[in-house]
Design a protein around this ligand. Structure first.
Ligand code: F6R
Length: 610
């Protein structure tokens, strides 16, 4: 979602803003802007649209001589994308950028309007700026103003703020939305995530809830929630600047698809012990803990919840533990039955998804043990969960997840095997086979699929001009079908639905017309015959059928228009090969249709609002 960057130091601030903003693009945005201190003035440049529009504005009216600036990419929530709604917002002596949502902004705006404030935009952010300005005028002290103003705000926020009269200083505060302070050779920075700062520095401090920071060129002063100052501890990210570059690929999404063989192995290998068995004790998830789990609630959003549907199957099949899956935004409204031995397992690539975080906090309030499967390290979900398993996929820049999802599935599969081993439901051979499947067979199978990109490009052409596309499958294939359908529709805008293969005939089959593409996932030999019957049902109604099945599946020549064969070294090999196939089909369809693959319309990478 929205992105923040700020810099105060000895170097020219505007080029740093532009570079940082370009690295925040991946989060998804519809307007962009910056504010730079120049002498005693604050210069504001902002616009609807992409960074190129901002660059043009700066070419026409350059902002020079600034070494202290804040910048922002906005993903609209309150107020349409427009020049006036773009950040930074300036009210009186306060200029700020904001991530998050001030939920009670209407009440705050009403009170401020009664005092004569006139708002120019439709945003909650301008209301926050006006409130901080009112407090600054009363106190003359930025930190006191921030504390007073935020005490009246409900919701989530990360602010980067310039105060008039505070030359060379940026103030920042966060609650609910992430923000980091970073230390470079030539000054200090703030950013919504470290990716934006990789060309400048790798040393960062993740700000805590309610923390306030004042940074200048030489110093950074941190205030905890109570107002006491403390010395921040900086850590070094292992990410390199290359991690945020395309490395020769036309899109980040394709690069990330190709990274999956290494990512899956890299996620599981550190959790394999000398006996070749899954072992998460270094993550604080040891056999004693796992053997006590009697029930699992898996809670997540979007693709992560799709990974959860597979995860639930793994926990039930391999560990014999009943597992239910919940969409995070619904978890609190229908509190599921749980006992004290219910583990709430949340899954999140970004570690910042607001709905997942809210569900996690709800589970903690109920006193349930929590475990987070997270990719981005040191993020709010990772920090707040009782235990965390990092998926080590590295930064995912494309908005549509690929390697994030892939590693979530791998981690859940290995975790379920560890749980089965711990509670005695699985024997060592079973657990060892799971690990081998994930570390060896799946990466090899994914590579095999990646060598056949032409096949996927050809399949994609058959989908591009259709009103409806369907993915169908049974069992684990149905769970994968959900991810496949989401992938296709979110980046190519071709409407696609996933159906349990047996369910289509209970209504939706009426949408099948001659030529309607139906992609049939049939990777499980035990379910192949039944799925094939469902394939026949749609084929006899004229559907254009693409079948994805194992190498040994007995497929007659008339069964499908196109057959994509998948390696069958192990169940993991087949499943992950199918994953790569559906991702590549979505990718090639989007490329064929000329879509903005890495930044699909209306979407944000990290969804930090509920
Ligand atoms: C789809 C996609 C989203 C995310 C969802 C959860 O490609 O990326 O559906 O999976 O927004 O995000 P995280 O995993 O960051 O919590």
């Amino acid at each position: 979602m929205c992105g923040i960057i700020g810099y105060s130091g000895t170097a020219n601030a505007v080029p740093k803003m532009m570079k940082g903003l370009s690295l925040l693009e991946y989060r998804g945005y519809d307007s962009v802007g910056l504010a730079a201190q120049v002498g005693d003035e604050v210069k504001l440049v902002k616009c609807k649209g992409r960074i190129g529009v901002l660059e043009e504005k700066l070419r026409d009216a350059p902002v020079e001589g600034s070494s202290c600036a804040i910048g922002h990419t906005r993903w609209a929530t309150h107020g349409a994308p427009s020049d006036v709604n773009a950040h930074p917002h300036r009210v009186g002596g306060v200029t700020l950028v904001h991530n998050g949502i001030i939920e009670n902004y209407k009440a705050l705006a009403g009170a401020l309007e009664a005092q004569g404030v006139v708002f120019a935009s439709q945003t909650d952010t301008e209301v926050a700026a006006a409130l901080i300005d009112a407090c600054y005028r009363r106190t003359g002290d930025p930190v006191a103003a921030i504390r007073q103003a935020t005490a009246h705000m409900r919701g989530a926020y990360a602010f980067g703020i310039l105060f008039d009269g505070q030359k060379g200083r940026i103030y920042a505060v966060r609650r609910g939305s992430p923000l980091i302070l970073a230390k470079g050779q030539d000054g200090y920075y703030i950013a919504s995530d470290i990716t934006a700062l990789l060309p400048f520095t790798r040393e960062y401090h993740a700000m805590d809830e309610g923390e306030i920071v004042c940074l200048s060129g030489q110093t950074a002063t941190c205030y905890d929630e109570k107002g006491d100052t403390f010395t921040p501890v900086f850590q070094k990210t292992t990410l390199t600047p290359e991690a945020a570059q395309k490395g020769g690929y036309p899109h980040f999404m394709l690069k990330e698809i190709y990274e999956q063989p290494r990512a899956a192995a890299g996620c599981v290998s550190p959790r394999v012990n000398a006996a070749g068995l899954p072992d998460f004790s270094a993550d604080g998830v040891d056999a004693a803990f796992l053997s006590g789990v009697r029930q699992v609630h898996i809670v997540a959003c979007g693709s992560a919840v799709h990974a959860g549907y597979l995860g639930a199957r793994f926990f039930e099949d391999i560990a014999g533990i009943p597992a239910s899956v919940y969409i995070a935004s619904e978890y609190r409204y229908h509190p599921p039955l749980s006992g004290e031995k219910t583990l709430v397992l949340v899954i999140s690539q970004s570690g910042e998804t607001a709905d997942t975080l809210a569900a996690l906090r709800y589970a903690k309030e109920k006193g349930l043990p929590t475990l987070a499967v997270v990719n981005a390290v040191e993020t709010t979900i990772a920090r707040e969960a009782d235990r965390r398993v990092y998926t080590y996929a590295g930064p995912e820049i494309a908005v549509a997840t690929t390697k994030g999802y892939c590693t979530q599935v791998a981690a859940l599969w290995a975790l379920a095997a560890a749980a089965g081993l711990a509670n005695g439901h699985a024997d060592a051979d079973t657990a060892r086979a799971v690990v081998k499947g994930l570390v060896e067979d799946a990466p090899a199978a994914m590579k095999t699929m990646l060598a056949q990109r032409d096949t996927f490009a050809a399949a994609a052409k058959g989908l591009a001009d259709h009103e409806h596309v369907f993915y169908i499958g049974r069992g684990a294939d149905y769970a994968l079908a959900m991810e496949a359908a989401l992938k296709l529709k979110e980046i190519s805008y071709v409407h696609c639905e996933a159906y349990a293969a047996g369910e289509l005939k209970h209504g939706t089959i009426s949408l099948i017309e001659p030529g309607t593409p139906v992609l049939v996932l049939a990777t499980d030999p035990a379910l192949f015959e039944k799925t094939e019957s469902n394939l026949r049902e749609v084929r006899s109604r004229g559907a254009y059928v693409i079948l994805l099945c194992r190498e040994d599946a007995a497929v007659t020549a008339d069964a499908a228009d196109r057959v994509i064969r998948l390696p069958q070294t192990s169940p993991a090999a087949t499943l992950f090969a199918a994953l790569v196939a559906v991702q590549c089909i979505a990718y090639e369809t989007a490329v064929f249709l000329g879509c903005d693959v890495d930044r699909p319309r209306n979407l944000a990478k990290s969804v930090t609002v509920e």
